[in-house]
Ligand binder design. Sequence first.
Ligand SMILES: [Zn+2]
Length: 281
Amino acid sequence: MYYIDPHVHMVSRVTDDYERMARMGCVAISEPAFWAGYDRGSVDGFRDYFRQLTDFEPKRAAAVGIQHYTWLCINAKEAENVALSREVIAMIPEFLNRPNVLGIGEIGLNKNTLNEATVFQEQVDLAMKTRELILIHTPHLQDKYKGTRMIVDMLLNDKRVEPERVLIDHVEEHTVRLAREDGFWCAMTLYPTTKCTPARAADIIERYGDDRIMVNSAGDWGPSNPLAVPDFVMEMRRRGHSDSQIKKVVYDNPLEFFRQSKHFRFTPPDTLAGREPADAI
Ligand SMILES: [Zn+2]
């Protein structure tokens, strides 16, 4: 089965991971801008990162036949430095016309602070002024419900925001309804230890349905598995779900959401050279 990983941080992964993903049937990914594991010291640190996301990574992905898309922002962890955040927000438009940029993300909250909320709203404002899609990071563990509630309220208070153009990520059992009830899209992150496992994600799909929801690996520099989406496919098959039902979550839904971006020029795999890879799930 062909699939799309809508949230994976390939700057943290080796080329072998791209190759393994391609062999398993991955045809496209989207890579949000995130925290590098350290706070960057200047706007130029972000400018170089955005060059990597819009220039180097698409080439690395294309070498194995994967289409690479990306999202730009300053993440919530670095948003405590409001002055630097504003410099980054002012610089982002330099990159918005690059051909693989889908929108602004992953923006959101980390510790649910006032500074994070300020920078979040200023990035929503940028997305509205430039007519970009938005990808949202929701906080982890005990802060998740409160942070998701704050994010949804901020989005609903901005009357320019169209919920169908916003994807709220890292939802779990206690936030999936909240994230989706006003018309937003949502996604589950499949992690080996925290966030959702493939089995929990399958439970959530069975309980809440498969509309406006997708799954991703978020593969990054921490413990994570860039092949977590194929693991989810296997879990769904084990439970007896049909391939067309599974494909809706891992392929059709990301396509439907991404197609709203002016830069999403997806080439369907059946028009690509060659056939489905031998190891495809
Ligand atoms: Zn992420």
